[in-house]
Design a protein around this ligand. Structure first.
Ligand code: HEM
Length: 476
């Protein structure tokens, strides 16, 4: 009846013409569909009903006003076969249940609170300085800067979680590094991919998500990433080793005694990926935008130098006073939204919305990418223009619905503050301490800007650059 209407959208034949586009660039395909059908659309993909918001108002309606109703997640199919998959998740927790609340609050205490962020400042600085030292040795050589950023950011998160590094930045363990990166990329592509593929019955026959694949990933987590760390920590805690003050995240979940080793391994991996993937992407695009816009780069450097007259080293408090640099970070997160469709939500019950009904178990997406590029809300929407944020009160808190890089509402990213600290320290150091050129003398203004969608939106080609130390501290 008229009271049970779904939001408008393409019929199944029309969806078919978008299929390849939906798989490879869903944020673009969904933007096109919303331009035809409006800011709130729905259609079926296989058996799954999708509901997509593509305007600030529609986003607010779904993720803020009705945030409890749309607070569920769909588990990627492969998760069904992953040992320890229950109650061991924040990002992918199917509901905001007791285990989600408990884990979010443990993470809050160890990582996200103001106090935790302050006490982890030294870790951030140390891991970034390892990169700076490494680059000083590698001057003049082509370096995969993206891999380096990823390793450094992983080390920051891993140190906060388990007090251990994951990657050896200076050492020659290139092979080990490659293997670990492959594990993480495999998991990002196979596990966290929200799997539009999951819902395409025509592709289901291909059985991407077999039991064997799940077991492969399970083995990789155990062997390569945390191997014996969890078990060792368990026996150390049992032996009464280590106090209860200064406990890291691993200590807390081990002491909790309700989590199995498998659960802890999955949880660590999920947080590690959630924390490093999008932060690396943002740092890459920020450095790319600055290197290809030399005027902006000079302005950032001048600002840092002027702000740092009293200190000879970069610090977080110094960088936070660099307003133009902060605006560059904001603009990067607008133009290159790392998670263009956020993390998909699920309706935990059916919900009336204006004149429409959104049925229970709908997959609910917000096209944050399309909203952040909508000329209705942004001048010169597809151009990188940091100045736009200089006199603006748009922030990261999810209260400006035209700007939602971290989402909003109940399941909003809890790691935003930590992410921003990591990004500013890492990117700030790279541009302050080094000059950058492209391999083979290529023109920086012609840098390849293609994107690749793998749940998050990455630079397609790896960021290869050559560094030279800048002459600093020259007093005039
Ligand atoms: C630039 C960096 C980052 C971006 C753009 C980002 C973005 C997001 C987005 C869009 C979501 C989903 C929001 C939704 O469901 O609507 C999310 C969730 C989450 N993020 Fe981040 N994030 C970043 C960094 C981090 C970091 C550094 C951490 C941890 C150290 C982190 C931990 C999480 C967690 C645990 C969730 C799941 C929240 C839940 O489902 O309850 N993120 N993030």
């Amino acid at each position: 009846g008229p009271l049970q209407r779904l939001p408008p959208g393409p019929n199944s034949l029309h969806v078919l013409t978008y299929l390849s586009h939906l798989i490879h660039k869903p944020h673009v395909a969904l933007q096109k569909l919303s331009q035809i059908y409006g800011p709130l659309i729905s259609f079926k993909l296989g058996d799954q009903l999708l509901v997509i918001a593509s305007s600030p108002d529609a986003a607010k309606e779904l993720l803020r006003i009705h945030d409890r109703v749309f607070s569920g997640r769909h588990l990627p199919t492969i998760y069904h076969n992953l040992p320890g998959n229950m109650h061991s998740s924040i990002v992918l927790s199917p509901e905001c249940d007791e285990s989600w609340k408990k884990l979010r609050s443990i993470a809050q205490n160890c990582m996200f609170s103001t106090k935790a962020i302050e006490s982890n400042a030294l870790i951030r600085k140390k891991k970034v300085m390892e990169v700076v030292d490494y680059l000083r040795i590698k001057q003049g050589e082509v370096v995969n800067v993206e891999e380096l950023m990823f390793a450094a950011l992983s080390n920051i998160v891993s140190s906060v979680l388990t007090s251990r590094n994951l990657f050896d930045i200076g050492g020659e363990g290139g092979n080990e590094r490659r293997v670990k990166m492959e594990v993480m990329n495999a998991v990002i592509e196979k596990t966290l991919t929200f799997g539009l593929v999951d819902y395409l019955s025509i592709l289901k026959g291909l059985d991407f998500w077999s039991k064997e694949k799940a077991m492969d990933i399970h083995r990789m987590i155990k062997l390569i990433l945390w191997g014996d760390i969890i078990r060792a920590r368990r026996s150390a805690r049992r032996a009464g080793d280590g106090s209860s003050s200064g406990r890291d995240f691993l200590d807390v979940v081990v002491d909790d005694a309700t989590f199995s080793d498998d659960q802890i391994g999955n949880l660590l991996l999920e947080i590690l990926i959630g924390a490093t993937d999008s932060t690396t992407i943002t740092t890459v695009w920020l450095v790319v935008e600055l290197v290809r816009n030399q005027e902006m780069l000079s302005r950032v450097r001048e600002e840092i130098t002027q702000t740092s007259v009293e200190e000879d080293e970069l610090s977080e408090s110094l960088l936070s006073k660099c307003h133009y640099f902060q605006a560059c970070i904001k603009e990067t997160l607008r133009l290159h939204v790392p998670a263009p469709l956020l993390v998909p939500h699920r309706a935990i019950e059916s919900c009336k919305l204006n004149n429409y009904v959104i049925p229970k178990d709908s997959m609910v997406l917000v096209n944050a990418w399309a909203i952040a590029r909508d000329p209705m809300y942004w001048d010169d929407a597809t151009t990188f223009k940091p100045e736009r944020f200089l006199n603006s009160n748009i922030g990261y808190r999810g209260t400006n619905y035209e700007y939602l890089p971290f989402g909003t509402g109940l399941r909003m990213c809890p790691g935003a503050t930590m992410a921003l600290k990591n990004i500013q320290m890492l990117a700030g150091s790279l541009v302050h301490y080094f000059d950058w050129t492209l391999p083979n003398g290529e023109d920086v203004t012609k840098m390849d800007m293609s994107e690749k969608y793998v749940t998050t939106l990455k630079k397609e080609k790896p960021l290869l650059l050559i560094s030279r130390s800048r002459e600093l501290n020259i007093t005039v």
